[in-house]
Design a protein around this ligand. Sequence first.
Ligand code: A3P
Length: 318
Amino acid sequence: KINESPNTNNKYEKKISNLPQDDGWKPVGNLYKYQGFWYGPSLLQNVISAQESFTPQPSDIVLCSSPKSGTAWLKALAFSIVSRNQVNDSTNPLLKKLPHEIVPFLEIELAQDSNNRNLEIPFVATHIPYDSLPKPIIDSECKIIYICRDPKDVLISHWNFDQQVSGIGSESFPLEEALEQYCKGIYPFGPYWDHVLGFWKASLEFPEKVLFIKYEDLKTDGPFHVKRMAKFLGHPFSMEEEEEGDPEKVVNMCSFENLSRLEVNKNGKYYLPDLPTFVNKSFFRKGKAGDWKNYLTDGKAAKFNQIMAEKFSGSGLV
Ligand code: A3P
């Protein structure tokens, strides 16, 4: 199972064992509800540890998402935007490294040591929900970008990914069951709607601090949203750069078609402490908007849409 780890850190064990539990997301096993969201035990220890000790660098940019919403894509885009004057299309580290190796996760690599990273790269990423983020991130000048995606595609992507990583096949964890868990909000970092709403509301309240972008918008007009991100991050594209087509170059470098064909992303592996080894290609499945249509009937999709519409109602987000 995905979250089982031989080096469990006993410090938080008692606290965690008293939390509400559910074992319906089979690839992970027992999940625990902490501050309104569900986590596997070792990841939760890391989240609590990060809350207690993480300190960002003042210039850090925090890239946030629910799992399977386009995290790797956001990492690639934000990194390419900010480093565009230091690297070009033949020296971009993305050609040799998985985006996750360039931008570490707060709740994985940095959970115990905020500086366990290349400090010259001003990015950290996280799946931690807005209200549970370590306080120094909120209190600092750090900018936050959040990516959200059609929850039906997130479900399909998550279900496929967790099956592959855990080795638990669809006979033991049918899509029906995953859908049911998603509708209840009980899966790692769920409920989806609360995750999205936390960042959405923060982006309305603090527009200088939190930028909210949608996976589907990036698909339909990449250059426009790349320019938006660049401006938000204080690295706007100049007129000359726009005339040279630099925003389009970033979009092309980071496109699914480009990244997924690179040797590192086809055959490389990604090692993380206390987690199973990931094959890089599992982070590049189809990269499409609307793949859910190949998995969910219209009836199931309608039920799912209705739940999301109720949860998002009145928020201005749909
Ligand atoms: P699919 O499983 O639908 O293909 P995350 O990075 O948060 O784990 O999200 C993974 C999803 O993003 C996967 O979706 C993956 O294929 C897709 N993805 C990865 N790189 C992408 C890119 N450059 N452009 C668009 N989608 C991408």
